[in-house]
Design a protein around this ligand. Structure first.
Ligand code: ASP
Length: 461
């Protein structure tokens, strides 16, 4: 019993809690050599060290405070948390579309585990309905948990499994698909699915959240509602990413899977369409198209699943003074493809030329993209570009670096013939290469019009 009020604390950390008469769930101010911190003392798990006290701050973040920095702790309140989403059976009705939600993990499928203070995955139809009951007004939802990983752990195996599962659901007549996914690498998976799942008759909507559902500012519920609405009602039969448009919760944006990128580490409005404008806006009541050029929903159940991926492909981000041994070691380790994110129009320094030439002679496919993200590789403009092309580098037009990486893995997974790979790489599947980037794309919806207006108002007082 005694230990219960100090759940999980031991050694030095336990001593300090006892010394200042602080329990787990105390609201406390901790004075340290690094400043003062205010929050709720969280429990720890048996496996944690004994050198930190974990505090949940008002902004929702948990921090570990090293015991050797603590000068004093004062309790000013006590707030025991019980976290449990009520499980309810998801209701079905015949007049609603049948939607399938695949879970892969990430913050959207997570909740804070107060036992350990960690964010852990939690996902079941009952929990989802308990947490977001509005979903049942939109569709009949079935769920399948494919993985429970944070998205840095997604990779070729998961892409292929997901593509095959999507193919099965579509051939069984599902009317829309939602994929819950961590936001960090959602754009990699979105482009992998754009290539692996072609000619889909229904929307395939990826969704995540930047803040976990236990936090007041969580975007999890609204993103899920927007995504489920899109999967149920949208006419856009493509792989989409659905996340907050503006930083406020006014509307979500639907981004094409091959033109989207996570652009902010913590804003909820982190996803942006690059090289184009988003496909549509979505709110609780309606979906407003922003573009007319998209694949339309169909009634059939045909879809082409192409689950290929060569793992020995790398993406390197050029920096001044990069040394050729980076390229050499990839070649010597059996890599078959390299995408370079080059500077400017698609450049790297001269010392890399011989290594690049050697790589191409050894049948390594090398493609150039640009770090600027917006705009095209133009390798005829400067000598550097021309030299690189004569050494065998192929410009990838305006494919985003991550998209080119995924597409090269996908292409090399299908064939060893590098001419064939080149044909695949340079023939757009779904706007990963576009003929032009709209002049207004760089500005419109890249932060949301309301924020831009607010910003301008502040500047021109
Ligand atoms: N690290 C998490 C992930 O990508 C972040 C998130 O879900 O937003 O899985």
């Amino acid at each position: 019993m005694m230990n219960d009020i100090f759940k999980g604390y031991k050694g030095k950390a336990l001593e300090i809690l006892k010394k200042y008469n602080i329990r787990v769930w105390s609201e406390a101010t901790i004075k340290t050599t690094r400043g003062d911190f205010k929050g709720i003392v969280l429990p720890r798990s048996e496996n944690d060290d004994d050198l930190h006290i974990v505090l949940k701050l008002d902004n929702g973040y948990n921090i570990g405070i090293a015991t050797n920095t603590i000068k004093q702790i004062k309790e000013f309140g006590y707030k025991e948390a019980h976290y449990k989403i009520p499980e309810k059976e998801f209701p079905t009705s015949e007049d609603k579309p049948n939607i399938k939600l695949f879970g892969t993990g990430g913050t959207i499928a997570s909740r804070l585990d107060y036992r350990t203070g960690a964010v852990i995955p939690a996902f079941s139809p009952g929990e989802l309905y308990g947490a977001v009951p509005e979903l049942a007004d939109i569709c009949n939802l079935t769920t399948e948990k494919l993985f429970a990983v944070f998205s840095e752990n997604m990779g070729p195996h998961q892409y292929k499994t997901l593509a095959v599962a999507i193919g099965e659901a579509i051939s069984q007549g599902i009317e829309g698909i939602v994929i819950g996914h961590g936001t960090d690498t959602m754009h990699h998976t979105a482009s992998a699915l754009s290539f692996m799942v072609q000619n889909t008759p229904v929307p395939i909507v990826m969704v995540g959240s930047q803040r976990s559902s236990d936090r007041p500012s969580s975007d999890a519920a609204l993103n899920l509602i927007h995504a489920v609405k899109t999967a149920s009602e949208s006419d856009i039969a493509e792989v989409l990413v659905c996340m907050f448009g503006p930083t406020s919760d006014e509307y979500g944006l639907l981004h094409r899977g091959t033109r989207v990128r996570k652009m902010h580490s913590s804003y909820r409005s982190t996803f942006r369409t690059i090289g184009d404008i988003p496909l549509a806006m979505v709110d609780r009541n309606k979906i407003t198209p922003l573009q007319q050029n998209y694949n339309h929903r169909r009634k059939d159940t045909q879809v082409n699943i192409l689950p290929y991926f060569e793992q020995k492909v790398s993406l390197i981000y050029y920096y001044p003074n990069m040394q050729p041994d980076i390229i050499d070691s990839l070649v010597d380790n059996g890599y078959r493809g390299i995408v370079i994110a080059g500077t400017g129009l698609g450049h790297v320094n001269k010392p890399l030329y011989p290594a690049i030439k050697r790589a191409c002679q050894k049948n390594v496919a090398i493609y150039m993209t640009v770090q600027t993200l917006w705009g095209y590789t133009h390798m005829f403009v400067y000598d550097t570009g021309r030299d690189l092309m004569s050494n065998g580098v192929i410009p990838a037009d305006n494919m985003l670096p991550e998209v080119a990486y995924i597409k090269l893995g996908w292409a090399l997974g299908q064939t060893e013939d590098l001419d064939e790979v080149k044909k695949i790489m340079l023939t757009p599947v779904i706007d990963e290469i576009t003929e032009r980037e709209p002049y207004n794309g760089y500005l419109v919806f890249q932060g949301g019009v309301p924020e831009i207006e607010q910003f301008l108002k502040k500047i021109h007082k």
